[in-house]
Design a protein around this ligand. Structure first.
Ligand SMILES: Nc1ncnc2c1ncn2[C@@H]1O[C@H](COP(=O)(O)OP(=O)(O)OP(=O)(O)O)[C@@H](O)[C@H]1O
Length: 253
């Protein structure tokens, strides 16, 4: 059987810059893959191309058996309802004037999914799946009444409410302190298993990536320079750039 997501020789060129250069990987349901690298490596560009926010210059992005780079706009939009992007900044991504329950329900409203009662149930389930429980304690609050970690959990609940099959999480833990970062990535790997989700986790932090994901891909200058099982990449990096990330992550530099 083919993988849920197949990225095959994806390149994204902006003017003179090859932001993503011949990137290939597979991601299946229940799996978490991390895309790790420094600033400007091209990580967000890969996620944005999958989400349809930037166009692929060449290559294929096959989701659920359909190549999104050649599908019609309408078919692409429908298929992309099966994926959701969580951005890095929970302060900026949650509308401050809306209550948590309405924020989480919004994707269902936008896509005209369900009626009032089924949306309320879906919001409760989504909040409880990210351990904001009981949901009734959180649904009526405003974002400023929550901690940073709770706000990021709301962003995940919002992403999960339409039951996507693929979660693209772009630096979801930046701005959070170390213990909260660990809490959020542990929650992501748990969600991947319990909700039958495929997760692409984008991060600068190799140690965090290895903790949360089965597979790690290291990007530099638009290219994947190393990919493998997280423990192998951490213990026996084969590329010099990965070795420098490992040294930074383990404090051995
Ligand atoms: N819309 C755009 N137009 C022009 N250049 C862009 C655009 N988006 C990204 N780039 C360039 O593509 C390269 C890769 O950027 P990208 O944001 O994908 O990197 P990143 O690895 O996610 O970095 P960061 O960790 O800092 O977010 C950078 O040189 C960036 O300036």
């Amino acid at each position: 059987m083919s993988a849920l997501l197949e990225v095959d020789s994806l390149s994204v060129v902006f003017g003179e810059s090859r932001a993503a250069d011949n990137v290939s990987f597979l991601l299946d349901t229940g799996e978490s893959v991390a895309l790790v690298g420094g600033s400007g490596a091209g990580k967000s560009t890969v996620a944005r191309a999958i989400a349809g926010l930037v166009s692929a210059t060449s290559g294929r992005i096959v989701f659920d058996g359909v190549d999104l780079t050649t599908a019609s706009t309408r078919a692409g939009r429908t298929l992309r309802r099966g994926m959701h992007l969580v951005f890095q900044d929970p302060y900026a991504s949650l509308p401050p004037g809306m209550r948590v329950g309405d924020i989480v329900a919004e994707p269902m409203v936008i896509h005209r999914i369900g009626d009032r009662a089924s949306r309320r149930d879906a919001v409760s389930n989504a909040l409880e799946s990210v351990r904001l429980a009981p949901a009734g304690d959180y649904a009526d609050r405003y974002p400023h009444e929550l901690s940073g970690g709770q706000r990021q959990r709301v962003a995940f609940a919002r992403a999960l409410v339409t039951r996507p099959r693929l979660l693209l999480a772009d630096e979801p833990t930046s701005g959070l302190d170390a213990s909260l970062r660990i809490e959020i990535v542990d929650m992501m790997s748990e969600l991947a298993r319990s909700q039958d989700l495929a997760v692409l986790h984008i991060t600068h932090d190799l140690a965090l990536a290895a903790r949360s994901c089965d597979t790690v891909m290291v990007m530099q200058d638009g290219q994947v320079v190393e990919a493998g099982a997280s423990t192998d990449v951490l213990t026996t990096p084969s590329h010099g750039y990965t070795a420098s990330l490992v040294a930074a992550a383990t404090g051995t530099r």
